[in-house]
Design a protein around this ligand. Structure first.
Ligand SMILES: Nc1ncnc2c1ncn2[C@@H]1O[C@H](COP(=O)(O)OP(=O)(O)O)[C@@H](O)[C@H]1O
Ligand SMILES: [Mg+2]
Length: 350
């Protein structure tokens, strides 16, 4: 539904060149919620602004719903008619809502329809439908100043849906909101995704957001996508940074001559008592050093760091047993690595 290939964006800033995007190939499937993560300055906003050509890419191609937007962009500064039409099929939600304070809620939602030349009566009907969809039917005549942050963002979402988009882009839509409001807005995005078949590309810095609503995710660093895939695929990728952050497990080996394993459970395997089976089958004592369990897309998923007595060479058979049960097993073979990780976590907590 959204594809970027070889996307680069270089800004000219006070005579200096800043490379915000450095060859981004992204693929967002139809009907999925796709999360983009990364630290401040990684290029997330540039990416989303290039996807709807609010920002013109320096090089590369952006297609949305089969339309090559970069080809429509032309050379002039102003967007041509065809690009404007294609853009009306892409909704955008902003961190600071960007509502017009002098207009009522309803008039804010009508604004994009006015620009599209929709007649007055049709606009009103459509705006009221949209306000109903986002749970704000009773606020049509209120002004933005009379609304809470969460309500303002609902208006922002209704406005983004005005042109009947197939794609919704959201740049940190919840980062100005408290945790409870964040959850309700995310639930709304998820509902819209499911009810309207809307494809959602959202930027966030909250791992919880990814776990709650995203089907897929990508991690950006210095203008590049360094990891991407479905949440399930990421969890199955040994050494995935996103997986480690989504399901952080930590814990130190209790001494030398121990084998430390990170075990990832998905779907069926998550409900089987594999650890106790392992313990009984091989008559070994297993310590759980750390664990994180959660539900992703209605499926149970989790990670556990366990410790077995003896070095890895002595535990090849039990490790094989776990893998046969359909579990992903990463051997944390270097005790130094575990120590370093524990220290990183400690630093992060300070
Ligand atoms: N309009 C701009 N002019 C110059 N530099 C910019 C502009 N927008 C963003 N940048 C720079 O591009 C890089 C990526 O920024 P951005 O896409 O906003 O990242 P993120 O959203 O991940 O924080 C940063 O170094 C930022 O300073
Ligand atoms: Mg940003």
């Amino acid at each position: 539904m959204i594809t970027t290939s070889g996307l680069t964006k270089v800004y000219q800033s006070r005579g200096r060149e800043v490379t915000a995007l450095d060859g981004v190939d992204l693929h967002v499937r139809e009907g999925e919620v796709f999360g983009v993560l990364g630290q401040s300055g990684a290029g997330k906003s540039s990416l989303i602004r290039c996807v709807n050509l609010l920002e013109r890419p320096t090089t590369g191609i952006v297609t949305v719903d089969g339309v090559d937007l970069t080809a429509l962009a032309g050379r002039g500064r102003r967007a041509g008619k065809e690009l404007r039409r294609a853009r009306s099929r892409i909704g955008m939600v902003f961190q600071h809502f960007n509502l017009l304070s002098s207009r009522t809620v309803q008039d804010n939602v009508e604004l994009p329809l006015e620009i599209l030349g929709v007649s007055g009566r049709e606009r009103r009907t459509r705006a009221l439908e949209l306000l109903d969809l986002v749970g704000l039917a009773d606020k049509a005549n209120a002004y933005p100043g009379q609304l809470s942050g969460g309500q303002k963002q609902r208006v922002g979402i209704a406005r983004a849906l005005a042109g009947n988009p197939k794609v919704l882009l959201s740049d940190e839509a919840t980062s100005a909101l408290d945790p409870e409001t964040t959850r309700s807005i995310l639930q709304l995005l998820r509902d819209l995704n499911q009810e309207l078949g809307l494809t959602v590309l959202l930027i966030t810095h909250e791992m919880d957001v990814v776990k709650t609503v995203c089907d897929s995710a990508a991690l950006m660093k210095k203008g590049r996508v360094v990891e991407s895939g479905t949440v399930s695929e990421l969890l199955a990728t040994p050494g995935s940074e996103l997986a480690a952050e989504l399901f952080p497990v930590s814990g130190l080996a209790s001494g030398p001559d121990r084998t430390v394993l990170d075990v990832t459970f998905r779907g069926e395997a998550a409900t089987q008592p594999v650890i106790s089976q392992l313990s009984r089958t091989y008559n070994i004592d297993i310590s759980i050093l750390g664990a994180a369990m959660d539900t992703v897309g209605g499926r149970q998923i989790g990670r556990m760091r366990i410790e077995l007595p003896g070095r890895y060479e002595e535990n090849v058979v039990p490790v094989g047993f776990l893998r046969e049960q359909g579990l992903q097993v990463d051997v944390v073979d270097d005790a130094a690595e575990v120590v370093a990780e524990a220290e990183l976590i400690k630093d992060g907590a300070q």
